[in-house]
Design a protein around this ligand. Sequence first.
Ligand code: ARG
Length: 406
Amino acid sequence: MKNNKIIVAYSGGLDTSVMVKWLSQKYDAEIITVTGNLGQKEELDGLQEKVLATGASKFLLVDLQEEFITNYVWKALKAGALYEGVYPMATSIGRPLLAKLLVETAISEGADTIAHGCTGKGNDQVRFEVGIQTLAPHLNILAPLRTWEFKSREEEIEFAIKNNIPIKIKKDSPYSIDENLWGIAIECGILEDPTLPPPEDAFQITVDPKVAPDESETISIDFEKGEPVYLNGNKLSPIELVNELNQIGGKHGIGRMDLIENRVVGIKSREIYEAPAATILHKAHYELEKLVLDKDTFRFKQNISNTIANMIYDGLWFTPLFKALGSFVESTQENVSGEIIIEMYKGTLSVLSRHSEHSLYNKELATYSAEDAFDHKAAEGFLKIYGLPFKTISQVEMSNKQRIPT
Ligand code: ARG
């Protein structure tokens, strides 16, 4: 009796299509593929016929868009999580959710093994495997791309043709592209040379800022407890809001990134990203936090943001520390409600207005005009005490002749 079942993380691309056939030849197991829809624009229709013709017994397609935005993306947004200060991590945030889908599918189908199509030097293998090990330690994991015989895309295509695997050979696209609602990652081909700027054809959803409209466009975003709810006064679903901002931002050339980044496995890679909605929302959210968070919380949160970004990037979503830091972030969002107005113009974002009922900005304290209510005289006593430890250190050093007055 054949009792092994393998759940395959299936994207519809060349690697995972070849992988289904390869697994069916190498293992005496039933193969079930599962595809998560995170809002990738790639064709998802027709995948079922293709995969069933390739050796799988079952094809599952699960729409995860809503869960992705509300339980994953919003967490990262509220955390202010930008890897190495810039990358909003569309790919990195999507992987733990896909790992959860794979585990849930393995459990509901009674499978003992999960196979994914990540390579041995990428970050995604880390996110999948750490996620799967944490959520379901009893499952086996297979990563055929790390071990199989194919050395190039051409060899995979040859195998596909030989085995009648229906593949769509894209019109010579030299790039490897990963897309979801929160953004697009583009690598490979000419992009591997960091001395060269990315060619225009690498970009998928944004226009070159130089050719963006000459008219600027202004939008308002309303947040409730750190989550964006209204766009230009209209209440939108999370998916609609992100789609809409991708569209408007893309039109104005917002959210292009060209980065050298540090991968988990220790190599540096050159990545191009497009993330208009993420760029706009991070900017607006940060701006609102500046208005409503007290100084100590704001400063402390900046360090936490960085730690959380590293943890997301490094595949540590389902860990105790990540959960604990998430609770901290959640408690900081209590008053992050209000409206930010932003102008988009040729790839740039300018904040035109910020407003919140929880604003800690007090014009009477901040003003340099006659209405000033700040007690300037009180600063004298404050500074005597605030500078006291450093004054004491210097007095001791000078009396020891460790240094002369400067
Ligand atoms: N380097 C990015 C990350 O680790 C994106 C990788 C996306 N993959 C791709 N095939 N372009 O999050």
